[in-house]
Design a binder for this molecule. Sequence first.
Ligand SMILES: *[C@@H]1O[C@H](CO)[C@@H](O)[C@H](O)[C@H]1NC(C)=O
Ligand SMILES: *[C@@H]1O[C@H](CO)[C@@H](O)[C@H](O)[C@H]1NC(C)=O
Ligand SMILES: *[C@@H]1O[C@H](CO)[C@@H](O)[C@H](O)[C@H]1NC(C)=O
Length: 413
Amino acid sequence: MLRRVNFYSICFAFGLSVLLILAGSRYTDNTNYRPSSESRRNIRNYLKIEDGEDNILQSVQTLPTSSYDGTPNIESLLEKTRTKIKFELWNYNFSNSGVHKLEDLLMESGGQPVRSVIISTWRSGTTFLGEVLNAMPGNFYHYEPLLKFGIIQIRGPPYADRAMSTIKNMLKCDYEGMEDYFEYGRTHLHQFSHNTRLWDHCKYKKDLCVDSDFTAKLCKLFPFQSMKVVRFRLRLIKELIEDKELNVKVVLLIRDPRGVMQSRQHRNFCKPSPDCWKPELLCADMISDYVAAGRLLSQYPDRLMVLRYEELALNPNTTTQLLLKFLRLGPTQSVDEFLHSHTNVEVAGVSSTYRVSREVPFRWKNVLDFNYVDEIQMACKEAMELWGYRAAHNASHMAAKDFHPLVPYTITQ
Ligand SMILES: *[C@@H]1O[C@H](CO)[C@@H](O)[C@H](O)[C@H]1NC(C)=O
Ligand SMILES: *[C@@H]1O[C@H](CO)[C@@H](O)[C@H](O)[C@H]1NC(C)=O
Ligand SMILES: *[C@@H]1O[C@H](CO)[C@@H](O)[C@H](O)[C@H]1NC(C)=O
């Protein structure tokens, strides 16, 4: 029965897509509209847990030169996007998201989208998690709004207010007064490219990427809005949660500091910055996040979900289902397909098998020098106890197969 329903939905989807392609080809505005062009990005990126910072100290990316020399027809771009979103969500059960129909989630029709923010730090698996959520059809991915602040953690003044208003503006699709955001993006395109639904439109037309008016209009078409932030601590998030208009849900993503530090070793951007390079600062933030999580959970239990990266990597499917439920996102085929292709099986065109598997989060056990691990463990004793990460006693203990660093933890409120 299920199979049959599936078969019919595929036929229907196929028919619709042919229609859509035909309709699309009638537009003569040369908009390079390619719906699925970003869906097959190199999966190795996910497994390396990119946080997108690689370009900061390396070659500065510049905007692509475009052979296109006309004026983009904005209205037609927006109209196509509307059609595409409707098409992709024709099958979606909106009562999962607490509403009756698509329009209830669209800002341009006076609705409020389902908004989520991932709070974490560099090299903690946020890229993978961010891409899982971005696999939702109709999702607009606000990628790292605070890139321009550099490699720092924002814990309070002097940057907290500016950072908070940037986050809020973007979640409200309000890009006014955000010149420095766009200015930064001009030379750091990854600020835009992770937002695949924006990038589809602007990768060939540089001006669109940095056009606040276009970005705002496009943003308002999307029923789901996700964001990830790696340089803003959880204690500052209360203000965001209390913004009634936004009704945002927050996911705190934590990772074993030994895994984090191992992963950061290979990042040029990290070493010059104490916030990124010193385990004691990482772990002080983990303690602060723990305390903030306890407070927020007691005050707003349905607004915060805490995840450890290791749990996500060990059980990607189960963890994702819990996460989607928390965020009020219904099941979709595209998220299933994403998990399927990025967590256990062969992907078209790639011969090897890549897994976000049991080994990935624990690679540090085999590659880090015990002296360094010991240094981290001493700086991180309290943070590791709070978050359920067990210390290794010596080099052989650390590398042993039966040493499981992950233990249960509870958040005291
Ligand atoms: C949609 O979801 C709601 C709640 O999640 C459920 O009660 C309802 O039966 C679903 N409707 C359809 C058509 O699947
Ligand atoms: C993931 O979990 C969902 C719900 O529990 C289930 O329907 C689905 O088959 C699972 N997918 C895989 C690949 O295990
Ligand atoms: C390493 O630690 C384990 C576990 O505590 C212990 O059993 C073992 O004797 C230690 N080995 C050495 C060489 O100290």
